[in-house]
Design a binder for this molecule. Structure first.
Ligand code: INI
Length: 174
């Protein structure tokens, strides 16, 4: 039996040599900037070179899937990190934006076989968003970045396996 060792704590997120795109929504920019800072710091802290990180700003979270698709089609990117903040208090079409972004990114990720970390916050208030963008609840931009890198590494391992063995993921060790 072959047992992969996925973790989820970022310990397997080795970004060395990876080319990573970050697609970040300008809407609620005060939050997005913090998510972006967290993502870049996490990527560089896990071995990525700054020159290998491309940042694409889009107007709002609804535009994220299209740009993710363009990045995927253009090729050469190992992982994509999606960042944004959808805040219910400031919109009547919160559900539409939140749902559209999530479903769109998931679809592109699967259709184009590119790992995407999803760091689009969905909160009731700006305060809750800030708490998750470097505040008391951590930085979901960093979390999304490391999730994308870890998934990209796993994909490399699976695709690189030339012995025809079934792939395997590790169950939590504890
Ligand atoms: N986009 C966001 O990223 N967050 C929001 O909270 C938000 N609100 O509140 O509406 C939002 N809307 C813009 C949307 O993403 C598109 O940019 C817009 O509809 C134009 O296509």
């Amino acid at each position: 039996m072959k047992v992969g060792n996925g973790g989820g704590d970022g310990s397997r997120a080795d970004a060395t040599g990876m080319r990573i795109a970050i697609v970040v929504a300008r809407f609620n920019e005060v939050v997005s900037q913090q998510l972006l800072r967290g993502a870049i710091d996490a990527l560089v802290g896990h071995g990525a070179a700054e020159k290998d990180i491309a940042v694409h700003w889009v107007p709002g979270s609804l535009e994220i899937p299209f740009v993710v698709q363009e990045v995927a089609i253009s090729g050469g990117t190992d992982a994509i990190v999606c960042l944004g903040a959808v805040i219910r208090g400031e919109t009547t079409h919160y559900d539409l934006v939140a749902d559209g972004a999530a479903r769109g990114v998931a679809r592109v990720s699967l259709e184009h076989r590119v790992p995407c970390g999803f760091g689009v916050l969905t909160t009731e208030t700006l305060e809750q968003a800030m708490e998750r963008a470097g505040g008391k609840h951590g930085n979901k931009g960093a979390d999304a970045a490391l999730a994308a890198v870890e998934t990209a590494r796993l994909a490399q391992e699976i695709r690189g396996s030339d012995r025809g063995e079934p792939g395997a993921s590790r169950a939590p060790s504890s």
